[in-house]
Design a protein around this ligand. Sequence first.
Ligand code: SF4
Ligand code: SF4
Length: 397
Amino acid sequence: MTSNLSEVKKDKLEDYYEMALRCNKCGFCRHVQPMAMADERFWGQCPPGQNNKYDSYFASGLLEISRAVVEGNLKITDKVLDILHRCTTCGFCEEFCEPGSRLKPLSIIMALRERCIKEDKMLKPHREMVDSMIENMNPYGQPRTERLSSLPEVESLSSSSSDNLLYFGCCSSYKSQEIAKDSLEILTRGGLDISVDKDEICCGLPGFSIGAEKVGLEMLKKNIDRLNSSGVKRVVFVDPQCQFTFAQAKSHGIDLNFELQHISQTILGLVDHGSLTFSPLQEKITYHDPCYLGRRLGIYEEPRKVLSGIPGVTLLEMPRSRANSYCCGAGGGVSIAFPDETALTSENRFEEAASLGVKSLVTCDPLCFGSLEKAANGNGIEVYDLSKFLLRVVEER
Ligand code: SF4
Ligand code: SF4
């Protein structure tokens, strides 16, 4: 399935003025659709709205703010920045508003974020993040030498003549390095010839996601120039947020000479080919849809097919799943600027997983993994990245 979501926006805030006026405050962007389908405790959508409980934090409120800024009736104050940057860019509002009302709430929110950058209005943590992207080629303020520093065996690999390249992204290169190692291991256990790029840099998404399109675009172009000239035919992404950023290249007038694939899709291909087989595991598990993999890229089924293909595994769905999935709370620059807000959201999501009585919660986005693992905090359910979970059961070839 291809997502209904619009491409990364390219318009000015003013271009969305009439559209913002058309929001009729129906509230469809606040709850799962249809509401009756799920446990009442988990009807909520739009994490900043649920956490802060005022209209201004929901998409409809942010559209009012956008309208007032265009009219000149509202200045971009610190409070406006605070509200605006609690949106995780989860995409739920756009997924459900656009088909019925022809509105693009998230695109308007992104245009407002860009307007803030044009007026040089930024939250301090975001300014530091952008500075680090320019200086260190990652958003975390860490020197390049820290990249994959605990994994010399991965770092020592470099681009080779393989047609396939594994793109880690900054989160697994710096924050959750075990995901980089596990991802490479599961693919090589499946017999895939794949290289890595020891000079990989940030894809640019952290810039795009806070409205700093210029720095985001510079990073994206650098990445694509390098990969286009490398001769690689397929780039496999550990992080769906990086894949989404690459997928927007065309909307910025950049051509790609290679195919994009998420690692869950690559793994499913290896399973279907018989190159990866799994031993039985009697375990109840659930799967968390990362917003960028699901709503943004339309990839829902591949991870589920891989997991439910493990003999003995029972895959249970959370009340909010697939297009209705609830965000982990970390995206859109929120975990960098408002870690407490991320914690509230991921705790709610963790509670939803716990309501199923499962032993494991599996996801396949390093950012989601990090926030959900924090929420779990050793409380009975193990949180896994997909590759790590599969390494428990993969059979020797
Ligand atoms: S943004 Fe769309 S879904 Fe949300 S209240 Fe407005 S019209 Fe309804
Ligand atoms: S993208 Fe998600 S967090 Fe942002 S306003 Fe829409 S529903 Fe809320």
